[in-house]
Design a protein around this ligand. Structure first.
Ligand SMILES: C=CC1=C(C)c2cc3[nH]c(cc4nc(cc5[nH]c(cc1n2)c(C)c5CCC(=O)O)C(CCC(=O)O)=C4C)c(C)c3C=C
Ligand SMILES: [Fe+2]
Ligand SMILES: [Fe+2]
Length: 339
């Protein structure tokens, strides 16, 4: 059954351009069957797991999904919001905030996996006879596992449009990354400043990014360099001394070697050295989700507390006005570049 395009608030009378904010996707409910549906689609994407299918299919369907779904569903239930999964709720709210910044444009939200499905949102926007569409993946740092997967869907949809020339098709451009965008860097820095004004300064600060298999970085995925560039830019904006902060990677999946240092291992080292107060910010996540609210703010904060420390988690930019303004400016520049 088709659902209406998820427009983010009051649409302009006759827009000619649109922005589509795309996030990863998330389960529809905090239950094992919903998590299984979500993980099966997500982890079947060759961009995410590139093992030979003959090996991966039985491993995923017969081992990983049966073992993981109930445990992960419990984690989702722990952070679930009245309106749904945090990732979906904050992405919808962010799209509304960007729409408020861009009354002349149409702003929609979409997901790479699950609903609202990116391909359907693009088809529905085409039916509205727009000239130009900017797709903005909500990943500040490019990775083949995330941004490139969004680009795959955009390429499939636009190829379909090119083959079916009965109706005019809008031009579509996808933003690759905004890891060092000045407005975005300032928005992250301002959120940290505001946290410090309220809670005081920490002894150490972690910039914690979602991890990636080391093998992909070795094969040329530019993600770790872009994480470093983002963290350095925010630290510089705040005037932090080099020894006052570290970059770490979280959310490891599977047995392969992932990027180091890990957030959990670094917190262990800090606890061992007697560092009591640590702030953690997660600038690779545009909005709060399972990996920030459950893994960092609950699990890692709890582990650190047991070791005598005090971990304070700084929320993602979510639907803040600073975030919406930064993303609107990035998308507008891209729209002008298409014209
Ligand atoms: C091989 C597995 C994974 C890769 C590679 C990976 C890269 C990657 N992921 C994000 C952002 C998010 N990931 C989220 C959840 C999540 N990620 C993986 C696995 C890989 N991610 C799994 C299995 C899960 C689901 C939870 C679990 O089972 O542990 C989320 C949150 C989703 C939510 O619903 O809240 C985000 C966001 C990035 C940025 C990235 C590469 C750079
Ligand atoms: Fe992930
Ligand atoms: Fe996790």
């Amino acid at each position: 059954m088709t659902q209406p395009t998820p427009l983010a608030g009051p649409a302009p009378a006759k827009p000619s351009c649109a922005i589509v904010l795309v996030n990863l996707g998330t389960p529809q409910a905090p239950t094992a069957p919903a998590v299984r549906r979500y993980l099966r689609e997500f982890l079947s994407d060759r961009r995410v797991v590139d093992l030979p299918r003959l090996l991966w299919w039985p491993l995923l369907n017969l081992v990983i999904l049966p073992l993981r779904c109930t445990r992960v569903a419990r984690k989702y239930a722990d952070v679930w919001m009245p309106d749904g999964s945090p990732l979906a709720v904050f992405t919808r709210r962010l799209a509304r905030a960007v729409q408020a910044q861009c009354p002349e444009l149409r702003v929609a939200d979409a997901m790479r996996y699950g609903e609202p499905a990116l391909a359907r949102v693009l088809h529905e926007l085409r039916a509205q006879h727009l000239d130009r569409i900017v797709v903005l993946p909500l990943y500040p740092q490019y990775s083949t596992t995330t941004t490139a997967s969004v680009q795959d869907v955009v390429a499939q949809v636009t190829a379909q449009w090119a083959a079916d020339s009965a109706e005019p098709a809008p031009q579509v451009r996808t933003i690759e990354q905004y890891a060092q965008d000045a407005d975005w860097v300032e928005a992250v820095a301002a959120s940290i400043r505001a946290h410090r004004a309220q809670h005081g300064n920490p002894a150490h600060m972690l910039f914690s990014f979602h991890g990636l298999p080391q093998r992909l970085a070795d094969a040329g995925d530019p993600y770790p360099q872009q994480c470093q560039a983002s963290a350095r830019a925010v630290a510089a904006r705040l005037g932090l001394a080099d020894e006052a902060w570290s970059l770490t990677y979280q959310s490891r999946f599977g047995r392969e070697k992932w990027l180091e240092p890990s957030t959990a291992g670094t917190l262990d080292d800090l606890a061992r050295r007697g560092v009591r107060r640590v702030d953690v910010v997660a600038p690779g996540f545009a909005v709060d989700c399972l990996e920030t609210l459950e893994e960092v703010a609950k699990e890692l904060a709890g582990d650190f507390r047991v070791r005598g420390g005090d971990l304070r988690y700084i929320a993602c930019l979510n639907d803040s006005a600073d975030h919406a303004r930064a993303l609107a400016a990035i998308a507008r520049r891209e729209l002008q570049a298409i014209a």
